[in-house]
Each structure stands twice: as C-alpha cells, then as structure tokens.
Ligand binder design. Structure first.
Ligand SMILES: O=P(O)(O)OC[C@H]1O[C@H](O)[C@H](O)[C@@H](O)[C@@H]1O
Length: 547
C-alpha cells in the first residue's frame, strides 16, 4: 500500500484544509439554512449533528475517498469475519462476536466461537438469577448484598463506567464496589465497610497475571479468612473471569466459579464478555442483555449503512481531518449527564491504547499524527474551568458533546439548564465573538478609546471551533451499548486509515515488566541496583524510608 501521505486523497485534503483559510463556519450557517439538517445523521437512537465542523460537501467527499483508498470497509469486514487482524499477537479481534445475535456462526481458524459465547452468556444469566433470588448464599447462609469487582484497565473501566452510567436501571438490593489500583488505600477503604458473610468478590483478569488484580484478590482473600471464613468457604465468595483457566485454578479458584473469555477479546473491548458480569449483577440480566443488543445494533449499522450516513465512519473521518490536517493533538469528550461522567475515561483507554502507535503495516515508521489525547469530563463543570482554553487557547481541540434529551426522575428545571448550557457551548465555539461585537458591547462604559480597544481585543473569540453533538432520547442500556460500540468503531476507522495495529499494546506491556523487575529490588534491600542512576537513586530512597 502506498504510504498514507503520498496518496492523492491525502494531498487533496491538504489543499482543501489550506483553502479554508479565512472562511468561517458562522458564515456557512448564514448562507445555508439546510446545513444542520444536511450534516445530521442518526442510528440506533443516537443523533449526530456534525454541522458545526470545518467541512463542506467537497471535504466530506475527499474524506470518504480516503476511507476507500485505505480499504476501511474491507478491513472492517475482515475483523467481523474473525481474520487474524491483530498481526503482532497473531489473534483475531472479535468483541463483535460477543454481541452477535444474528444466529450466524463466527469462525476463528475454522472453529465457530458462538457456542462458547452463548454458553457463557447462559452461565452469566443463571448466576445473576441465583444471586438476585438469594439461592446462592454466603457460607453462613446470608444472601449476597455486596459485590466487590477487582480488575484494572479494561477489566475495570468498562464494568464500572457502564454500571455508573445506568444508575436509573440499578437492581435494588445489591451494591457494587470496584477496586483497581494496587495502592492499598483503595481495597482497604472498600473492604472496611463490608461484612464478609454477604460479600462476593469478582476477580476479573483476562491474563490472570496482572499484578494489581492478583494482589488485591490476595488481600481480599486474607480479609475473608481473617474475618472467620475458611478455605472451604472461599468458593461461595470468590469467582473470577479469565481466559487463563489454568492460572485461575492454580491460584485456588474453584473451576465452577470461573467464567471464561478468549484471547480474541482485547482488554479494552472486553466489557461484552464475562468481564461485564458485574454489570449484569448490578442491573439484572435483562438490562445487561439490552446493553449487548445496543452494541449489536451499532455493529449492523457500521457494516450496512452507506458511508455518508455511517456514524462511526463520519466521526472517525472527522477526527482524521483535525488530527492530520489541522494539527489537533487532542479530542475532548463532554457528556452533559452526570451518570455518564466516566465516559471520557473509558474512551481514553479505548482510543489511546488502540491508536497510540507509530508503526504502520509490517514495519513502517509513520510520518503523520496518529491517535490523539482523549480527555474530558462532565458538563457543565468543565465550562467553569478548562473550556476557556478550548474557546480562546492557541490549540485546536475538537469536541464531542453528549446529552440525553430525557432523564428518568429528573427535575425539568435542572435538565433544561443542563441542555441550554450544552447547546450554548457548541454555539459559542462555532460562532465565537468578533472584535466588532466585543467593541460594540463596551459602548457607554466610560472607557478611553485605548482601553476599549484593549478590552475588546481580549474579549474577542475566534470561534470556528469544531464540535459534534450527540443526542439520545434517554441513556437506557440499549442506547449506551450503541454509544460504546460507536466509539469502538470510530477508533477502528481511524486505526484502519493510519494503518496501525489498534489491538496490541506493547508500551503498556513494557511498563508491567519493568515494574516487576523493580519490585524485586525494592523488597530485597541487599539486591544490587543495576538500573540507570536515577532509578537506582529512587529505589534507594524508598528502601531507606521503609527499613
Ligand atoms: O484483564 P487483565 O489481563 O488483568 O488486563 C488488564 C489490563 O492490562 C493491561 O494494562 C492492558 O493494557 C489492558 O488492556 C488490560 O485491560
């Protein structure tokens, strides 16, 4: 494949970006009263208004051309078909099989994975029913009231953030707690408030080798035993989700208590596997199933919708437009919904771990920007802090605003204020405030000409800042499933265009290895330090403080 920057589409897009100099979105809206309508698309209950972007039909056509040249659709089909597209790890990428309700087989190396997927979903269903009905009891006969989910990365963010986002749908009578960090403060705080007799520990680790999760589970086990439980009682209080069944059994997990997953499920795509068990426990199986249904609906849309209406394609291509032709190094996510406040952190792992790469194809060092920094937090809070830089700073930060039109049991006054702020921000970013407008506002304030000019200059806002607005009627489980899958596929589209492998994470792996090497030296004060001088000094300081 020709290097990306040498393609005709790339060069055309470069010229189109330069051609926008001096143009303003504000004028485009004035000239075209159909702009919002033309640049709005919807699928799976999600409406995407992308009219406040630096685009016109010609630019969109060029972006669609780029997607075609980079064979995004063919790569997508290869993923869905179970081909080994994660070539550096020799694995298929099949989170979509986990929500495949088509009744059709999905083959990996000639083997249909669906029977195992469906059997695991049945296992989740019956386990949730046993916990909720109280038929699964703790060792002293108490029903389970608390679930402590232990896991990190994808084995933490998905379950925690999706559970939080669905607060109006929580199953009453079960409380969920999440522990990720190996910092002992976390697990200590969580366990301190719990009764071991009515607590279930769900340990989630695809690899069953992750230091944080292993240690936190050992600590929970010690807590359980210390509180009066015995080794035989553990099976009633500890279950796990892993693809490494042998390691789980060696660790002492009862084989019946292991929920399987497979190497073709990436960590950051794993909430659809049994890693989502805590969500099912916290919501009930039916709502959990709706979450999967929503993701399946978005999968179908991604595969079937023409590129002009295809939400993941549109969002992916818009991201490419800004990252590669406007130098945007970050992308901000702004959910205007308190329960969705964790979503930026979720997409942060999804996007940055997937496309934070600099090698394309087999071994080509790229000469273009790849995955941006993903960040953000709930609106309206950010408006009173970091939005300032988005409005008037020197860097271009494309934004995704998200808003549910209805929220169950919500006070209308609050909700209207929330919505007005969300829309007001997208408007302000788009139209800005001209020098003339700022100058006129200062009329009659008794300012000298010099002062008036100076203030008007400071109050001028360039506008022309791009944003998407995603609206949904209500953030129910199905819509949330679709929203998450939308971002998964957006990331896929971008990875396909950049030519990177979106499904490995060698940088993260290195961190794990180095951390373990250092741990061995930290705990053995006699061990010779043979790292670089800075690392040696840090270790010595730690040893001295912990003698
Ligand atoms: O589920 P585990 O094997 O414990 O892995 C937990 C996490 O580990 C690493 O940091 C990976 O980069 C993540 O993608 C993964 O989710």
């Amino acid at each position: 494949m020709t290097s990306l920057t040498q393609t005709g589409n790339w060069q055309q897009l470069q010229a189109l970006a330069q051609g926008l100099n001096g143009q303003h979105m504000r004028d485009w809206f004035k000239q075209d009263d159909q702009r919002a309508q033309r640049y709005t698309s919807q699928a799976c209950g999600i409406e995407l208004d992308y009219s406040k972007n630096l685009i016109n039909d010609e630019i969109l056509k060029a972006l669609f051309g780029l997607a075609e040249t980079r064979q995004v659709s063919a790569k997508r089909d290869a993923m869905f078909a179970g081909e080994i597209i994660n070539h550096t790890e020799g694995r298929a990428v099949l989170h979509t099989a986990l929500r495949n309700f088509s009744g059709k087989p999905v083959l990996v190396n000639g083997q249909d994975v669906m029977p195992e997927v469906l059997a695991t979903q049945d296992k989740i269903k019956s386990f949730v029913e046993r916990i909720h009905s109280g038929s699964h009891k703790g060792y002293t006969g108490k029903a389970i009231k608390h679930i402590v989910s232990i896991g990190i990365g994808g084995s933490f963010l998905g379950p925690k953030i999706m559970f939080e986002a669905l607060k109006p749908y929580w199953y009453q009578g079960i409380k969920l707690h999440f522990v990720a960090n190996v910092d002992g403060c976390h697990i200590q705080d969580v366990l301190a408030g719990l009764d071991h007799e009515d607590t279930l520990i769900v340990m989630s680790s695809k690899s069953f080798t992750t230091q944080e999760t292993l240690q936190n589970t050992l600590t929970a086990k010690a807590w359980f035993l210390q509180a009066g439980g015995t080794q035989q009682d553990i099976a009633k209080h500890f279950i796990c989700v892993s693809s490494n069944i042998k390691a789980a059994v060696d660790f002492g997990m009862d084989e019946d208590n292991i929920f399987p997953m497979w190497d073709w499920v990436g960590g950051r795509y794993s909430l659809w596997s049994a890693i989502g068990l805590p969500i099912a426990l916290g919501l009930g199986y039916d709502s959990y199933r709706e979450l999967l249904d929503g993701a399946y609906a978005m999968d179908r849309h991604f595969v079937e919708a023409p590129v002009e209406q295809n939400l993941p394609m549109l969002m992916g291509l818009l991201g490419i437009w800004y990252a590669n032709f406007f130098g945007a190094q970050s992308h901000v996510l702004l959910p205007y919904y308190h329960y969705l406040r964790g979503f930026p952190a979720y997409v942060q792992q999804l996007d940055m771990e997937s496309n934070g790469k600099s090698v394309a194809g087999d071994a080509e060092q790229v000469d273009y920007a790849t995955g941006p920094v993903i960040w953000g937090s709930e609106g309206t809070n950010g408006q009173h802090s970091f939005h300032q830089l988005i409005h008037q700073g020197q860097v271009l930060i494309p934004a995704d605003f998200m808003l549910p039109l209805n929220v169950p049991n919500q006070d209308n006054t609050h909700h209207a204020m929330l919505a007005s702020n969300c829309f007001g921000q997208t408007q302000a970013l788009m139209q800005g405030k001209s020098y003339e407008e700022a100058y006129a506002e200062l009329e009659g304030k008794g300012l000298s000409e010099e002062k008036r000019h100076s203030l008007a200059t400071h109050k001028t806002m360039p506008g022309n800042k791009p944003s998407n607005t995603l609206l949904f009627n209500q953030l129910d489980p199905k819509t949330l499933g679709s929203l998450v899958a939308l971002y998964e596929h957006k990331v896929f589209v971008q990875g396909a265009i950049w030519g990177v492998n979106s499904f490995d994470q060698w940088g993260v792996e290195l961190g794990k290895v180095l951390g373990n090497n250092i741990l061995a030296k930290l705990t053995d004060s006699a061990a010779e330090l043979d790292f670089d001088a800075s690392t040696n000094a840090l270790i010595s300081r730690f040893r001295a403080a912990n003698q």
